[in-house]
Design a protein around this ligand. Structure first.
Ligand code: AMP
Length: 308
């Protein structure tokens, strides 16, 4: 059983999809990552910041999932990070309507003492300066540093983001963002350029079309499970990342073969996340449901062709 340290936003989200809209609900990259990783046997902690307006019930929810929340700072007279997004009809593309950094704007992260030797460091989506500070606070070099980011930080903080990318082993990024970062349309070429920036492994997420794992000349592809109901894709990318690092922390094996399994676990958990608004589905998810769907994944991808 390994130790997983997660840094990322713990947030309020307001979401609009073709099926309905929500007021401010629980969201944030670290929240989704933490809930997904909680499906595995590991020790985990979140480093983040919230304002005095953040309900204690949300913090309790994370704590009750076994996540160490001592690294979530509460700024009493500040406001929690707020994000509002609206999905187009295909649910594959969305527009960000509001990003209010609030307390995140001048956040100084503090890694809990017990997690300065974490095996896996998951740098979830937030300011690259915060991600760099967390890397600097680690007392032992993590076996694996995984980075997730988004276009917002490419647009606003590219030099710092490139420095984080240089220090990471694995980057998870969606197809549009990979193209924006490398100015390459071909995802194979984009992955090569990202390799050259630092990460040995590049995971490119393609929403309902699955995810690709690149390592040197090798590529592995995991489909997304074709679902009857897709309600709200928010947090699917983070849930994928949470499943990916959760599995790696539990198994303490970072071979390419095991990273392939991790991609499947990430895809499996992400398939649940999208079935309800926000974190709702992930809060109630049982181990039996997860196992059952893993089996469906196996059926979906198994074939028996004899090569001559
Ligand atoms: P995903 O759908 O996986 O890309 O992640 C959605 C989550 O990311 C939401 O819960 C938001 O609170 C969070 N989020 C949105 N924009 C940002 C940002 N610029 N930095 C960090 N987290 C963000």
């Amino acid at each position: 059983m390994g130790k997983l340290l997660i840094v990322g936003t713990v947030a309020f989200d307001a979401i609009e999809t073709p099926f309905g809209k929500t007021d401010k609900i629980l969201g944030g990259a670290a929240t989704f990552i933490g809930l997904a990783a909680a499906q595995f046997t590991l020790e985990s902690a979140i480093v983040s910041v919230v304002g005095g307006d953040f309900p204690q019930a949300y913090l309790n929810l994370l704590k009750n999932k076994g996540i160490d929340i001592s690294g979530i700072e509460i700024v009493k007279n500040g406001k929690t990070f707020f994000w509002k997004g609206k999905y187009r009809n295909d649910l594959n593309s969305r527009d960000t309507l509001i990003t209010d950094l609030n307390v995140l704007a001048d956040f100084n992260p503090k890694v809990p003492f017990n997690f300065k030797n974490a095996d896996v460091l998951m740098l979830g989506n937030l300011h690259p300066k915060v991600q760099l500070s967390v890397i600097a606070q680690m007392e032992t070099k993590p076996k694996l540093i995984v980075l997730d980011t988004m276009n917002f930080w490419m647009d606003n903080t590219l030099p710092e983001l490139k420095e984080v990318i240089r220090l990471t082993d694995v980057i998870t990024i969606n197809d549009e963002e990979a193209r924006q970062l490398t100015k390459e349309y071909s995802l194979v070429k984009a992955a090569q350029k990202i390799h050259a920036m630092g990460p040995k492994y590049v995971v490119i997420k393609k929403g309902e079309h699955g995810a690709l794992l690149f390592h040197k000349d090798e590529v592995f592809f995991a489909p997304a499970l074709p679902l009857e109901e897709v309600f709200d894709p928010t947090g699917a990318g983070d849930t994928f990342a949470g499943g990916f690092v959760g599995y790696l922390a539990e198994t303490e094996n970072i071979s390419f073969n095991n990273l392939r399994n991790a991609v499947i676990h990430g895809s499996n958990l992400a398939s649940f996340c999208v079935e309800k608004f926000g974190t709702e589905r992930m809060e109630e998810l049982s181990k039996a449901e997860v196992e059952n769907r893993l089996d469906q994944f196996k059926q979906l991808t198994q074939f028996d062709i004899e090569l001559q």
